[in-house]
Design a protein. Sequence first.
Length: 391
Amino acid sequence: VFLFTMKKIALLGATGSIGTNTVDVVTAYPELFQIVSLTFHSNSEKGAALIKQLKPRYVGVGSERIKKELGDRFPEVEFGVGEEGLIKAATLEEVDVVLTAVTGSVGLNPTMAAIEAGKDIALANKETLVMAGKWVMEAAKKNNVSILPVDSEHSAIFQCLDGQAQGNLKELVITASGGSFRDLTRVELESVTLEQALNHPNWSMGKKITIDSSTMMNKGLEVIEAHWLFGTDYDKIKVVLHKESIVHSMIVFTDGAYLAQLGPSDMREPIQYALTYPTRLPIKNERAFDLTQIGQLNFEPMDYDRFPMLALAFYVGKKGGAYPTVYNAANEVAANSFIDGKISYLQIEHFVQQAVENYQETTEVTLKEVIEIDKQTRTIVERWIKEEGRL
Ligand code: NAD
Ligand code: MG
């Protein structure tokens, strides 16, 4: 038996891929975890099933229509809509930890509100840290809250760094699976379809992150995420192609020793670790994992010409300010437009590149300005997409 008090969780983005894995983790240990609030955007059928199963006190939804529909069905539950609903779910008095599993920078304001209310953050929503990492980390420090990574690479690094002196660290090595189009050339990419892009070799995830994995945008976001989470200079963050997704990431010490974290491709592990840290618990129905069956692990250098979005991440990261904000916002619009069939695959990169080139920063920006720049970038990229259409 371990020392662990019941943790009360707010789950933002409960109906998604991370949300579903989190519900698995939480319901495997009903004596340890309770979901007191949750949010979802539009899938009211799945949302209603979750309300039945988890009996949260508060639920944030995406529209007045869903609030009305579910409010009639679940009179004992309090409902909220949109950003207000997300913020209320994240800041309820009894909440200990907020698991941020929404997609995109809609996560920023609820995450900031939760930090200011003193809630720990189990962070899956990497876009928030890319958009405004400086301000999120400052607020976390000021309010003495922990930001625990859920992203598998960052969880791996977090596990490797635990108990190590900062001065001993030489660099971080983030592994990349390569996504759905790892073996295609740039010419072959011109005609790929959404269906092909959504077919990730190792992980089953939400649509946007699956597209981001194929463009290597996801790895770019993760480089910036690592910079903020661990306070590591961009020159000390390396990315290697590792198509098996078994080594989730590594750290290298000043004496040249590597420490790696390995395991099955199962998001329940990093999710659970973020919720139980520093305790470890068995994963119920854990996946078979046998290194002798896997046999070989391969590591290859990243090709930055093949994956320009990764090179661009280092560029915007080093520039700092709102450059990463622009990079992320342009991608959110472009990736979602590809998902909606409005642009072709390579246009995603084109619009992200163009947005970054178009942006110029001369004075230091504030958080308020960053939020404004995020909005402006979306408007600009949406206009370009309307004008240029599908090539
Ligand atoms: P998903 O698309 O499966 O789920 C997204 C969730 O967010 C859903 O519950 C949806 O209702 C909600 N949502 C979507 N748009 C919203 C909006 N405008 N307002 C409020 N809520 C909204 O996505 P996912 O794969 O679970 O990813 C969630 C986050 O976790 C992303 O930031 C992603 O990068 C990160 N992440 C995911 C994985 C993974 O394995 N899926 C791994 C690492 C990190
Ligand atoms: Mg990841």
